[in-house]
Each structure stands twice: as structure tokens, then as C-alpha cells.
Design a protein around this ligand. Sequence first.
Ligand SMILES: [Zn+2]
Length: 249
Amino acid sequence: MIPLAFATCPYCQSPTEYVDSAKIYKTSYGPALACSRFPFCDSYVGCHTATGLPKGTVANKYLRLWRKKAHAVFDALWAPATGVPLFKRSAAYFWLAEAIGVPLEDCHIGMMDAAKCAQVVDACVKHTASPVVPPSSGVYVDWLMPHGWVLRGKRVTSCHMYAATLDLEPLHLLAERIGLERRWLDAKGLVPHYDLTEGKRALALAAGAQPIDDRAGFARIYRPIRDMWLAEKGRAGAIRDAAIWSPLP
Ligand SMILES: [Zn+2]
């Protein structure tokens, strides 16, 4: 059963039909919806493997390239190949709908024309390239909490030490002053940091680190630092993606 919105080819007004995608790609990737005049009318769209329903309206080559490009830039916001996503998937669609001025329920790239896809590309590139104002410089330690550390069989509290700048050198220097090794920097998460025991925390404060003691301090200091890294890692993803997008004809 072809949903009514997908039943007619917008290019030649012929009815559409389900075909095996082998008819289009030589290899089968499951069903596709194509113009019944294919290949004379070169318009088709893939189908969702789970539901078998078309992913959008049938599209000619020009529109297929635009949709592919729009998906590449948009998906990089919530599912980057590397780095940290800027959004969760649902939040990304919410943001996109507002950015390009369509109702959320109509915000599907598979339903868009080339002009709308161009708007998607524009909005996503602008968003990832927006300037970031870094917070003031300094090294901070947050409060001691049970973070699952066990030393000599005893559960101990620990805290984090991080810098307010993308330049990690001030952080490394302070860490070295209190007897930590650079390779102990935890860079796997969003904000690169050192983990400190209670004793190391006292040394860090004595060496000039500033304490974050409460929720208000956390909101004022940690959040801008987190947002700075979020933007930085999102931007790295956007630059990487820009390098692999093929130019449109
Ligand atoms: Zn057609």
C-alpha cells in the first residue's frame, strides 16, 4: 500500500510503485519506491527497513544529492562520527524545525525540496560555526564526592580539576606542581580533567586552583566550560564533515 502523499511522481505525474532496490542499484538493499516510468524518469526513494514505508517523496538525482547533503550536516549535530553530539536526536529536530521555520511534524528531510534542504545545510553550518566566548582563565576544583574510587580497599571521595580555557597548559602545570603526571589527564569525557583525592585537592587549592563549592558555583563556572568544549568538539565534527562532503553538481 503506497501512502497517498507518495503515490504520484512529482516530475511526470505517473503513479509510483514499490520495486526491489536491485532494480536501481544492481544490489538489493530492500524495497524502494520509484516512478513507474523508471529509469526513463529517474526518481525514487529508499524505504525504511523496519516498516517498508518510503523514507520520503520520490526524488530525482538533484534532489537526492541535496537531501543527502542536508542529512550529512544535520546528522552530524546529533550523531557525529567522532566527538560529542551537540544535541540529542529529538532536540536536534526540535531545533531544526524552528531554525528553518517548519512545524515539527513536517520536519523530515525526506519530504523537503532542494530549497528547504539548502536551508537545512545553512542553518546547521551556521550553528556549528557560531563563535564561542571562553570563560575567564583559571583552574578549578569541584567538591569531594564518592565517584567510585577505591584506594587500598577503601571507598574514598574524589573531585575533578579542570581549566576554563581550551589551552590545557595551565592545567597541566598546576597538576605537575602537585605531583600528578600529564598522562593521568582524563580526556575521554567532554571536559578534560584530572581526578583528585582529598589530599591532592588540598594541594591544588594551596597551589592556586579555585574551589567550586556549591550548585551556584557549578552553574556559573562549570557550565560555561562544558559549553565551550561542547562547541569546540561540535565544531571539530563540522569541519571534518565539511571535508568529506562532495560538492553538488
Ligand atoms: Zn516520474
